[in-house]
Design a protein around this ligand. Structure first.
Ligand code: ADP
Ligand code: MG
Length: 250
């Protein structure tokens, strides 16, 4: 099996509290993998361990077969692991296209060259336009980032993350704060990303999860309860028990 991202016996303790309990996660290359579980199950903690934002108490994080446990966040990004961050003020003041060009420039090592007009690098412009096309954002390319609806802003954040050319993209509740009327479209755009990008995402809306995912891992009390196809997960009595009548089956 070709795995993009794995953990081995990953443990994270906060004092005496075990937030991540011997997690062995296997995310296949090209997967649309969802991480689900009740509030406080440790989903965000696990993502933070994967990105290097948090250091594990013990265990390993394996990116494309390499142990990256000792690497910092930036080094993991360089090796192809990206996550989204909320649009910062700098980007909010720019147009959508300018924001993505800045992010592409950053990867190309051109940095934020304010003394040159943004877009002075034709290759970066081309790449930014392609990213906007992929995420169906071309129609708002020249709108100020801050003027857009929440759902579109989340997509821009994903475009900014994709500008780093990641092989693995981690999304922690990308639809949080997005009105239901926009979340379906947001997920369709995420699902339509090229399969070269492996996606691991946290989402609590089971409708969205079952529409999107081809693999689901269920985290409970910091430990992986099970992993499987949406069908297997929907029919798993252990999972049903955890969700106590919640609409796991969509
Ligand atoms: P989820 O994202 O699944 O809702 P979290 O990973 O945010 O869960 O949290 C899992 C558990 O770890 C929670 O009980 C939370 O209170 C605890 N926790 C998370 N971060 C910290 C921290 N920095 N210090 C202490 N406890 C934490
Ligand atoms: Mg969380």
């Amino acid at each position: 099996m070709n795995y993009a991202l794995q953990t081995r016996n990953l443990i994270k303790k906060f004092g005496g509290f075990v937030a991540t309990n011997e997690v062995n996660l296997n995310v296949e290359a090209g997967a649309r993998h969802a991480l689900i579980g009740p509030n406080g199950a440790g989903k965000t903690t696990l993502i933070n361990l994967l990105t290097g934002f948090l250091e594990p108490t013990s265990g390993q994080v394996i990116l494309k077969g390499d142990d990256v446990t000792q690497l910092g966040q930036h080094q993991r990004v360089k090796r192809g692991l990206a996550r989204t961050f909320q649009i910062n003020r700098l980007f909010a003041d720019l147009t959508v296209l300018e924001s993505v060009i800045m992010a592409v420039n950053e990867r190309l090592g051109l940095g934020a060259r304010f003394w040159k007009p943004v877009g002075a690098y034709p290759d970066a412009i081309d790449e930014a336009v392609k990213l906007l096309e992929q995420l169906r954002l071309l129609d708002v390319a020249h709108a100020p980032t801050r003027s857009l609806a929440y759902g579109k802003q989340r997509l821009i954040e994903i475009a900014l993350a994709l500008a780093a050319k990641p092989q693995v993209l981690l999304l922690d509740e990308p639809a949080a704060g997005v009105p239901t009327s926009e979340s379906r479209e947001l997920f369709e755009s995420i699902a339509a990303l090229p399969r070269e990008v492996t996606i691991l995402l946290i989402e609590h809306d089971m409708d969205l999860v079952f529409r999107f995912a081809d693999q689901i891992s269920v985290l409970v009390n910091g430990a992986l309860l099970t992993q499987g196809t949406p069908e297997a997960i929907a029919n798993d009595p252990k999972v049903k028990e955890v969700y106590l009548g919640e609409a796991v089956c969509g």
